[in-house]
Design a protein around this ligand. Structure first.
Ligand code: ADP
Ligand code: MN
Ligand code: MN
Ligand code: MN
Ligand code: MN
Length: 335
């Protein structure tokens, strides 16, 4: 008897990495071995020295194949055992470990856009749909496009045991969001990458492509972000820590450092319009969807809770975002 393990990894595509996967058939009950792949086909190695190593780091039931089959998220290593430069998870681990005592939680809101025949799902072949307004959390065939896929994806994530906490239709036709969390800095990112893989895989069956492009339709249409909600134990217990975290994110050098790790094309999305703050101006505020960092209203009422960094693009590598937030905020809170 056998089971199938779908080995999933993050490739070296520039400017934003993509997912790759392949299947290994294993004897029933056998553990997940390290595996390899051709790095010259994924922008991760030269052709004359092409072998890269896959090390399983997170696995869950495969809701598509079912039975004992598994999804297996891997880190990429060189054959000499050192992490590949594209392996951002390996860079997060020591930071997560260093500040583990502060017990960071994350909730990431992954926005994405369905495409078919080269345009967002729901866009007409010629011209544009009616302007933004009715689509966000909409209902009805004239406002919502792709719900069948979204529902299937949600069920698949739950069946896989991922910490998915909700879904909603977004501001532009064909644009949606799912949320992963709350979970720790490594776990939220592992689950987010597997949830992305499931999204692409399920949309495949509908001949639809899901994209994380941060500005999928030019002009007066919302971009796609990955708002990142963040708290530490101290922030969940008191307001001083909330303010300390917000101030730390605006400190000298920190704005640039964070933006550099918040995804490709950040200037195109953080224009100061469409519920964003301009990338060059850091700000935080209560209930303010035009600020870089929002303090939710109930957090201000209860004087404890979490903050929402609204800057990350949909196309982030979440390991970079959680590393930056833990490093910046937990360093400041430690003092
Ligand atoms: P929005 O109102 O910005 O659309 P969402 O409901 O889409 O917010 O997402 C909020 C996310 O924040 C959820 O994933 C939720 O699990 C997460 N969250 C809730 N409480 C905390 C917390 N204390 N720390 C970190 N994340 C949290
Ligand atoms: Mn081959
Ligand atoms: Mn949301
Ligand atoms: Mn949203
Ligand atoms: Mn949000």
């Amino acid at each position: 008897m056998t089971y199938k393990a779908e080995y999933i990894w993050i490739d070296g595509t520039e400017p934003s990495a993509r997912l790759r996967s392949k299947t290994k058939v294993l004897a029933s009950g056998a553990p997940l071995p390290d595996w390899g792949f051709d790095g010259s086909s994924t922008n991760q190695a030269p052709g004359d020295n092409s072998d890269c190593v896959l090390k399983p780091v997170f696995s869950c039931p495969d809701p598509i194949r079912g039975g004992d089959d598994k999804l297996v998220l891997c880190e990429v290593y060189h054959v000499d055992g050192t992490p590949h430069p594209t392996n951002n998870r390996a860079k997060l681990l020591p930071i997560a470990e260093k500040f583990a005592e502060q017990d960071s939680w994350f909730g990431i809101e992954q926005e994405y856009t369905f495409f078919q025949e080269g345009r967002p799902l729901g866009f007409p072949a010629v011209g544009f749909p009616a302007p933004q307004g009715p689509y966000y959390c909409g209902v009805g065939a004239d406002e919502v496009f792709g719900r069948e896929i979204v529902e299937k994806h949600l069920d698949a994530c739950i069946e896989a045991g991922l910490k998915i906490s909700g879904i909603n239709a977004e501001v532009m036709p064909g644009q949606w969001e799912f949320q992963i969390g709350p979970a720790g800095p490594v776990e939220v990112a592992d689950h987010l990458w597997v949830a992305r893989w499931l999204l692409y895989r399920i949309a495949e069956e509908f001949d639809v492509a899901a994209t994380l492009d941060a500005k999928p339709a030019k002009g007066d249409w919302n971009g796609a972000g990955a708002h990142t909600n963040f708290s530490t134990k101290a922030m969940r217990e008191g307001y001083d820590a909330i303010v300390t975290a917000c101030e730390a994110l605006g400190a000298e050098g920190k704005v640039e450092e964070h933006l550099a790790g918040y995804g490709h094309g950040i200037e195109e999305r953080l224009t100061g319009e469409h519920e964003t703050a301009h990338y060059s101006q850091y700000s935080y505020g209560v209930s303010d969807r035009g600020a870089s960092v929002r303090i939710p209203w109930q957090v201000e009422v209860e004087k404890k809770g979490y903050i929402e960094d609204r800057r990350p693009n949909a196309n982030i590598d979440p390991y970079n975002v959680t590393r930056l937030l833990v490093n910046t905020c937990c360093s400041a809170l430690e003092k």
